[in-house]
Design a protein around this ligand. Sequence first.
Ligand code: BGP
Length: 460
Amino acid sequence: MNHDFLWGGATASYQCEGAWKEDDKVKSMWDHYLHEENLENGDIASDHYHRYEEDIRMMAEGGQNSYRFSLSWPRIIKNKEGDVNEKGIEFYHKILDTCKKYGIEPFVTIYHWDLPQYWEETGGWLNEEVCYAYQHYAKVCFDNFKDKITHWVTFNEPKWFICSGYLIGNYPPAHQNPQETIKAAFHVMYANALGVKAFREGNYPGNIGIVHSFTPVNGIDDTVETKIAMRYADNYCNNWILDTAAKGEIPIDLLTALSKIYDISFIKPKHLKTIKENTVDFLGLNYYSRTLVKPYTEGETVLIVNHKGKESKGESKVILKGWFEQVLHDPNMTYTEWDTEIYPKGLQEGLIEVYQRYHLPIYITENGVGVQEDVSVDQVQDDYRIAFMNDHINAIMNAMDEGVDVKGYYAWSSFDLYSWKNGCKKRYGLVAVDFEDNLKRKPKKSYYWYKEMIQNNGKT
Ligand code: BGP
């Protein structure tokens, strides 16, 4: 086994911990929003807060040597004044000590979407003050856990939570406002740089990166119009995060295009200087699928929904007038129950492209398939998940053969958990969690397959 390569699974605090009010944790924007809207929530989720020992032990028994999880801001920082909740700190020490006990390397995300509600009430990511609050929170994490964590991630998927929260409106704060989207997006990338700055200034051990929801862009043909649409789509899907975090530069053609329609005067030289001077050490790519596009010039449409709700099957695409239109449903391709195209080749091609562009080490920080499963059986026979992971891991190995520096792979998810807005019925886990029967854990067939694959160093 190649001991340097990290093989594991991933989770996120809100999606698995539960214990939403325990030990002085305050409300996150997700707690608030899902309760207000009366939607299925993560109050209990997989109850990882109480069952972490069993979960981490199962990771080790499944041959995994790493665990990607996130820290919860509302568990760690009590209020706008920045006071620390020692019980929150203690909880993550217990997780980290358990990882150590089982020989599991922690790979830790500082922010995976659970903004404290007390900050959301001041305007959330539209408020520049939140960027400095994030920096304070990140510093508290570095100071408290520096001896136990060496792989740090500033943010999980800025595109997904910003576009869903401010443009599409299906995630909290559920706005539909392009002007706000641009401002919130910018603030998150600025906060990313502030987090990196705090990390560098504190001289903490280890590395820091960002995790991006990576969708390589393909065009439907080779025409000039399609190539232009592809560039717009790449800016929308990838470059505003990757260029900004890795090179310290917001793509200039994106800024020019935006400034013709929107106000970007909130971007000041001091922000750009911080962004330029504080770039990341590595890139984490979450890969679920690609984006196939064609030009879109007609009609009045600014944007149409892009969400992963099952009800929207066949409609979950992005259209930006004058920029591009996402193409769905190529009859030759296969799609998941939730409308995601299965396209492993995109991972291989995308990895090569990203590595050529940024020359940074890459981790595949999420990859998996969401399915409705009957978990009352002794063992879920998830051959579809095995096939999915097998094909994507092969794609990674091929990219590595071509020289790409991939350092780890994380299945989404380590065990079944809460899927944003879909609730617990959309399952991704290697281990089944029976939400109807006492949250019992039972490894799926894929868990054993993954163990063997890890022992073979990624050869299947
Ligand atoms: C990514 C998120 C994860 C996870 C995953 C699956 O975008 O980082 O938190 O949820 O997607 O998505 P979903 O649960 O919406 O199917």
